[in-house]
Design a protein around this ligand. Structure first.
Ligand SMILES: [Zn+2]
Length: 282
């Protein structure tokens, strides 16, 4: 599943390619992706994107109409791809299943005036592209909590997220309304680096551990963004397993710090990887 670094990577890859070009046509191949909005194409035709921003995992396309935005979410398997003009013709009807085609799992295609295209690919179709007014856009972004990289990510704000919580620390780190940006992979990595067992209850986390968490949440995400995320989004490459991770996906392998075996359990309904020697359970 794309996490924040992958979404940010997708944003950085797209922005130089899709801005300031008039949208001439939109092909909605799967109406579910636009939440059954039959006017989706008509509402955007003739406009152009003026900037591409991100809040948590939501991509926000601004247009030259100040009250029209496109909110894009990658869901489980979504990704935006830019297609140069005449990159590939679509003669074959099975092209949407062809593993070598850029159109594989394409659900939505924006056509620009210069012949280039913006594709939204999404095998499992949990992602979406929706049109929003400014007010709707503000409502959608207001629900997210403090976010590394934004001005609201301060030590003062970070301390308050621990107040009156009865959940596990992992559950807290995954709660996007409290702290935006950490998915399952990075939550496990942050907890390992902070030497905190994922099942620990929030109220048991001491000051030193909070400081470590504050630092590691930000560092893990920023490093992952620099690296481009864990998943490659170039059209031909499949998902790669990342070798730099400490615990995620390393069940049964040796801990890189203490050589103990990395274990897997379930916390907050999610597969959770940890080292029982490095991460304190109390
Ligand atoms: Zn260890």
């Amino acid at each position: 599943m794309p996490e924040l670094p992958e979404v940010e990577n997708n944003r950085r890859y797209l922005a130089p390619n899709v801005l300031h070009k008039k949208i001439t046509e939109i092909e909605v191949l799967k109406p579910k992706i636009v939440k059954q909005n039959s006017q989706f194409g008509q509402q955007l035709k003739g406009l152009h994107f003026t900037s591409l921003k991100r809040r948590a995992k939501l991509l926000i396309f601004e247009t030259n109409d100040s009250n029209t935005f496109v909110l894009g979410h990658l869901g489980m398997t979504g990704v935006f791809l830019f297609n140069e003009a005449n990159f590939e013709s679509r003669q074959e009807s099975d092209i949407y299943e062809d593993p070598n085609s850029i159109y594989r799992h394409a659900r939505l295609i924006y056509h620009f005036v210069d012949g280039s295209q913006l594709l939204f690919r999404d095998m499992r179709m949990f992602g979406y592209n929706i049109i929003a007014t400014e007010e709707e856009k503000n409502q959608a972004t207001a629900k997210y909590g403090i976010e590394p990289g934004l001005a609201n990510y301060t030590w003062e704000n970070f301390q308050t997220i621990f107040n009156n919580r009865k959940t596990s620390i992992k559950s807290l780190l995954l709660n996007q309304n409290v702290i935006a940006g950490l998915g399952n992979i990075y939550a496990d990595e942050v907890l390992f680096l902070s030497k905190v067992h994922p099942k620990r209850l929030v109220h048991s986390i001491n000051e030193t551990e909070k400081k470590a968490l504050f630092k590691n949440v930000s560092e893990v995400l920023m490093e992952a963004i620099q690296r481009g995320g864990e998943i490659s989004y170039s059209p031909s490459e499949e998902e790669e397993e990342a070798s730099h991770l400490y615990v995620y996906g390393r069940t049964g392998q040796a801990c890189k710090v203490c050589q103990s075996v990395i274990e897997k359990t379930k916390v907050a309904g999610r597969g959770t990887h940890f080292c029982c020697l490095c991460q304190k359970a109390h």
